[in-house]
Design a protein around this ligand. Structure first.
Ligand SMILES: Cc1cc2nc3c(=O)[nH]c(=O)nc-3n(C[C@H](O)[C@H](O)[C@H](O)COP(=O)(O)OP(=O)(O)OC[C@H]3O[C@@H](n4cnc5c(N)ncnc54)[C@H](O)[C@@H]3O)c2cc1C
Length: 599
């Protein structure tokens, strides 16, 4: 099993050298506490907790899994104690509202900690991750009374939260959900229905669980316009705020699944459970959308984590494992064979994981900065711009990173040869655990429709321009830089092609709407590679500038430039295939009649 080592040097590179976090925090309203020393101390402490407490529990969680008995769920050995430590360390309150016990630190710092938590033990990290979703919802839409009752407990970590959207017949299409909410005379609601696949729906880590539930009021309009949002606690709160009588909500069973065994995936039965409306009637989905970007960036971290964990495990193995000789002559003449890291194909697999992990880190932290500005930017203009950029980057980060993160996890396993398939090395667990990233929080197909349909075409390309303008400025500023030429020229070409392709898809979509669905996933993947090209070119520039100024870390910065070169030569060309297939039209997908799909 690989021992997780927090990649602190690269985290600092992205935060401080690429994204200038110090200046970024200084520009935010109310982020005075986010001084460089404070941020550094948080990251160091977080790294220690993840390396020493969470990482050793990753395999335990996979092997033991969660167990269900009479409605109760026992989490794997050590999970509960680790959660206790997490709460005592004040981690749940880090980015939350100070009026309810939070520390009010910028969200982007929370994302760095989430990266380390998620990479060291994704299943465990989902428990506080889901609480974070519930916290955000109540913070944004709850009444003062709801905030005093629930938010304080979620922020302290005494209670955890869930998001209850999915039902047996619907996940992507929430417009068809059936869970009912009947108004009671006292202003509460009786919630009845079944929710499935509810992560952290039941467990033994905290004294109460706050479910955020989507349901329909009597006579509500059909579809997404008739959905409301409710708080349904597992135990009803007493007058003094403590957890009281049991509510009529229970876990009917646990799902048996491919990975993330340490996280309880629950069937939740609501049998007239008492609930409270959050936000306006029939506006439940709108309320959810306000924090969806943050939740999706949270899921994007799973792609980053999968690549990082695979890279850490397979790098150590590739330096140690001996097999055959280098084609250009022995590199380890005293040994019986050379270490496999000398072979070009092993290099391909290692470098792919490395550039995916580091590129993903850059993308997620960049998105995290937009979340900060949306919440605490000083001017309306800044907040609006950040919101547009975040909206555009979110589906790309969520879907592209989980797709290439999963590919990387597979490559991590492949580097191990047969041993990769064997449990003890942890690589097959990484593959199994990361597969779900492409499914929950909106599948890749659904994210792609969001990007191409809602974000790009419905804004007549404005959302795309918010990003491509930035790339254009960067290319122009560096057009005369000889050392950067190998990155700037292809980047400028991709940036232009991206706009041209968008126009072409948009034109065909005006004639036939099926073209949007037919092009969407290729468009999203193309966009992901284009965003990565921009980030890798910027990282190469930072590294080249550092080396020009003189540095004692020549190897680190040189590796950045070499990684950028690998990216441009070996991964960016994938855009060619996506460009061609996104324009291939819907006919080859839709011409075949359904009956012809017979087996
Ligand atoms: C381990 C796990 C944990 C989960 N945790 C939670 C949780 O905490 N809370 C929660 O509410 N849910 C949770 N989910 C549910 C998850 O979010 C849904 O499974 C997911 O959104 C997909 O919905 P579905 O399963 O109903 O698939 P469907 O919506 O039936 O989709 C099936 C396939 O059809 C495609 N598809 C559907 N519509 C379209 C379209 N219009 N165009 C193109 N393709 C389309 C999808 O992309 C997918 O490939 C979890 C699921 C799992 C497995």
């Amino acid at each position: 099993m690989p021992e997780y080592k927090a990649p602190l040097r690269d985290i600092k590179f992205v935060m401080n050298e690429l994204l200038n976090s110090e200046q970024h925090y200084a520009n935010l309203e109310g982020a005075e506490d986010a001084t460089p020393d404070m941020v550094d101390a948080i990251i160091q402490e977080g790294a220690k907790f993840c390396e020493q407490v969470l990482s050793p529990l990753n395999q335990v969680g996979d092997q033991e899994g969660c167990t269900w008995s009479e409605g109760g769920v026992k989490t794997p050995t050590g999970f509960k104690e680790a959660y206790q430590q997490y709460v005592e360390g004040g981690w749940p309150s880090m980015t939350a509202d100070p009026n309810y016990g939070g520390q009010g630190l910028p969200h982007s710092i929370g994302l760095v900690v989430s990266e380390m938590v998620g990479t060291s033990n994704w299943s465990w990290g989902m428990y506080p991750g889901l609480s974070h979703g519930a916290t955000n919802t109540i913070e944004e839409h709850g009444t003062e009374e709801q905030k005093q009752t629930y938010l304080t407990k979620l922020i302290s970590g005494e209670w955890t939260g869930t998001m209850c959207l999915t039902e047996p017949h619907c996940g992507s299409d929430l417009g068809t959900l059936r869970t009912k909410a009947e108004p009671n005379a006292d202003g509460t609601y009786s919630i009845t229905g079944t929710k499935i696949f509810i992560s952290a729906g039941e467990h033994d880590m905290a004294e109460n669980i706050v479910h955020i539930v989507l349901a329909r009021l009597p006579g509500a309009p059909e579809g997404t316009k008739g959905i409301s949002l409710f708080i349904v606690p597992k135990q009803l709160p007493n007058e003094d705020g403590s957890a009281g009588e049991r509510n009529a909500v229970s876990c009917g069973s646990l799902e048996h699944k491919m990975g993330i065994h340490g996280n309880a995936t629950c069937v939740m039965n609501f049998d007239g459970a008492k609930g409270w409306l959050i936000g306006p009637e029939n506006k439940g989905l709108n309320c959810m959308f306000t924090f969806m970007n943050t939740a999706r960036i949270g899921t994007a971290i799973q792609g980053l984590g999968a690549a990082e964990l695979g890279f850490q495990g397979s790098l150590a193995y590739a330096k140690d494992r001996l097999a055959m000789r280098s084609l250009s002559g022995p590199k380890n003449p005293d040994g019986i064979a050379d270490p496999i890291i000398v072979h070009p194909d092993v290099r391909r697999m290692l470098l792919t994981q490395k550039v995916v992990a580091e590129g993903a880190r850059a993308l997620i932290y960049l998105a995290g900065q937009q979340v900060d500005v949306v919440h605490s930017g000083k001017t309306e203009e800044e907040r609006k711009h950040a919101d547009a950029l975040l909206g555009f980057l979110t589906p790309i980060a969520k879907a592209f990173l989980t797709e290439i993160g999963y590919e990387s996890a597979n490559l991590g396993m492949q580097v191990f040869g047969g041993h990769g398939f064997i449990t003890e090395w942890g690589m097959e667990q990484n593959v199994r655990d990361s597969r779900i990233g492409m499914i929950y929080e909106g599948t890749t197909g659904i994210q792609a429709l969001d990007l191409l349909g809602r974000k790009v075409l419905m804004t007549q390309g404005e959302a795309l321009k918010v990003f491509t303008k930035q790339v254009h400025v960067f290319c122009k500023e560096n057009a005369d830089n000889e050392q950067l030429k190998e990155f700037i020229e292809p980047l400028a070409a991709i940036n232009k092609e991206w706009g041209d392709l968008t126009m072409k898809v948009g034109m065909t979509a005006m004639k036939n709407r099926e073209e949007v669905g037919a092009a969407a996933v290729d468009y999203l993947m193309y966009s992901g590679y284009a965003v990565f090209a921009y980030l890798w070119a910027r990282m190469a520039k930072v590294a080249l500038d550092k080396m020009a100024d003189g540095t004692s870390e020549e190897m680190f910065y040189n590796a950045k430039v070499q990684s950028a070169r690998f990216y441009f030569k070996r991964l960016l060309p994938r855009t060619k295939t996506h460009a061609e297939t996104m324009l291939a039209g819907s006919d080859s997908l839709l011409d075949m009649p359904e009956e012809a799909f017979a087996i």
